[in-house]
Design a protein around this ligand. Sequence first.
Ligand code: 4AD
Ligand code: MG
Length: 461
Amino acid sequence: MILPGSYVRDLLQQVPGTAATARGWVKTRRDGKNVHFIQLNDGSSATDLQVVVDEGAVPPEVIARVTTGASISAAGELVASPGKGQSVELKARTLVVHGAADPEEYPLQKKKHNLETLRPLGHLRARTNTFSAVFRVRNVLAKAIHRFFQERGFLFIQPPIISSSDAEGAGSMFQVTTLDLENGKRADFREDFFGCRTYLTVSGQLEAEILALAFANVYTFGPTFRAENSNTPRHLAEFYMIEPEMAFCDLNDDQDLAEAFLKSLIEQVIAECRRDLEFLSKWYEPDLFQTLEGVLAGPFERISYAEAISLLQQSGRSFEFPAEWGCDLQSEHERYLTEELLKKPVIVTNYPREIKAFYMRANDDGKTVAAMDVLVPRIGEIIGGSQREERYDLLLNRIREQAAHGMKEESYRWYLDLRRFGGVEHAGFGMGFERMMMYLTGMKNIRDVIPFPRFPGNAEF
Ligand code: 4AD
Ligand code: MG
């Protein structure tokens, strides 16, 4: 096992003269005159460690097996490196090949790859420079999220993954069952494992509300599932969502928190992953730093849905879906607003109630609800949230209105109870972890920011 201090990242920081053992996978081997140069990485570093083996130090049949993809360990001494990009290299006295990778067969050796051709190689692509950079950023982003909330006293909670309620009312859920559905009989879900129909959760929000009304400030960070058949570069069937929920909080506080959250994550990731972001920027998104630093530079724009619609109407653009009051903002609308017109993150609030979920708080105009979406250039919607309806009667009416769409009042008894016993104004939002990853890394396809993407037609690896 590699212990702290012995990762490639750590060895590269050592002073010349230190004895060291490096372990990892070979990126390349180059043979010079009387010397072999091996680029080695264990996934910990944007820079490889160069291992130098003098001719004769290691038997030729061992060196022959040191090819791209092989796992090796090399022991020796770190010496000052004449090459640029690293201050030390490892002069190896001994070298062990743990697992060879036949150069005739190893897919990452054989031909040039792009993101698309790497996708079917989900078991190997993490060894490429691009994916190791992306997944290191993913790790730091997760840490940054916890740090942001922990520093503010939020309680980390775990809502269930198997759920009997449709939190978003969107009706695009994966059903979970142990019934034998192949025997041709009509399924009776009272006989199912849980005695009712159950699904993979689309959002932990309703459960987060339960805990927010006990701990005031809570957050979730876990997998969510949506069976919508959207084969787009921004949708996954299984993705991670972060959902803070705050009691004694209105829509303004909610927007402030969302803005502080995004800024803090960008700051933390730039500070800790500069080398990885530089690499990703070079290959995938030249404006990456400019965009991210731009977000930190000033306040987000805040406009109402009604203002958004009139800006879209005044734009002189012909959108595929014309913008009219009452329509849901399409991705083309969101991107026009944030990317072209305002050129910064935009928070759009107060959407028509018809197009938003049942739990959002009704505004006094009778037409809109206290919803907010945070839109950012390149991505569109990155955060969706709202103030929740805390008034019992209004919520009950709203649930009853939805009965036609299959919403059962008795399934929401507990949710209504929260309004009967110690209810208080509260609000929250959900951020798509992979959408944030796309924003931070400049990757254009959401399937390239999660190790094992789930989308229609794909559940391999
Ligand atoms: O806007 P959504 O549907 O909001 C909710 O689920 C609320 N319950 C959140 C809350 O108020 N607690 O989803 C929140 C975010 C979106 O803004 C988007 O970033 C991401 O989750 N998201 C997806 N990411 C990847 N693939 C999908 N299919 C996604 N659907 C939503
Ligand atoms: Mg949304």
